[in-house]
Ligand binder design. Sequence first.
Ligand SMILES: *Cc1c(COP(=O)(O)O)cnc(C)c1O
Length: 345
Amino acid sequence: MGTARLTIDTGALKANWRALDAMSGAACETGAVVKADGYGLGADLVAEAMAGAGARSFFVAMAEEGAQVRAVVGPGAAIYVFSGHMAGDAETLAGADLIPLLNSAEQIARHVEALPDRPFGIQLDTGMNRLGLEPGDWAGLREAVMGRGPRLVMSHLACADEPGHPMNAGQREAFEAMTAGLDCPRSLAATGGTLLGTDFHYDVTRPGVGLYGGLPFAEARPVLRLDVPVIQTRTVGPGEPVGYGNAWTATEETRIATVSAGYADGLIRAMGPRAVLYADGMPCPVRGRVSMDLITVDVTQLAEVPDRLELLGPHQGVDDLAAAAGTIGYEILTSLGARYERAVA
Ligand SMILES: *Cc1c(COP(=O)(O)O)cnc(C)c1O
């Protein structure tokens, strides 16, 4: 079979949620962010694993994602929608019992008009300038909104992956100022904020990437393994080029294995010159450009070429691959291809 196999370790997913959960006190609830199809791993599989680990609050980006999660976790769990209440969302929000995190006066008006008796939360902007009510907007709306009993008031940190960044304390202060005296659960921390310490945890944390084994949660258990089949092996002599654009030329006799995966599977083309695949712990560098469906790999040093080479696994995680491609683990995760044979370990 020419299809690469992506193995998802649900035990590691659960262990990562429990490890992040253990960082907060008993009064703080740990949620699970499962937007973007569970960061590319599959929303159904991830939501089921998180519910199994003990999560009772889930976060998605869009209402449609929330409806998918509801079908998996059943009634009872809270499912929050970061994009809030967009035009046309009312039926999905009500039908799947979702909680939109309203981010503007316009959204608050839309929600109160369309779904006056349905739950909602509020998103505040504490300096990131991406989503949420600004302090001025909030001051004018706060009393009326609080009278309607929001389920959660939240904000998001811009620089939480840099513990020493002054933005963290600044946003926390802004959040305090905007939420002082409110009788309502509060949430500020994603993975990075959870790692900053309990001052940032409030009532609900919202980890995403750390669940999936990505930085900034350096102690996370790796969740993914990606094994790519070798289709063909050949020997090239000194002076012979490999792949598109003759981007690499052998300087000595080299054994090249061609493996069955490429940028159409989310293996970002830019990683080419720095990426490595592994055979039983032995690194095998990529030679030449990453093609749409194929990658050429130097296996000269192997006594025997295995049927598959490992692209993600114990020797290389999503952040290693991200470094080779000049991006972040989040992008490697959410780019994971639709063509992989997906297996659960
Ligand atoms: C994506 C997202 C999260 C999760 O962030 P991670 O860095 O993946 O933990 C939490 N809150 C909001 C508002 C988000 O957009």
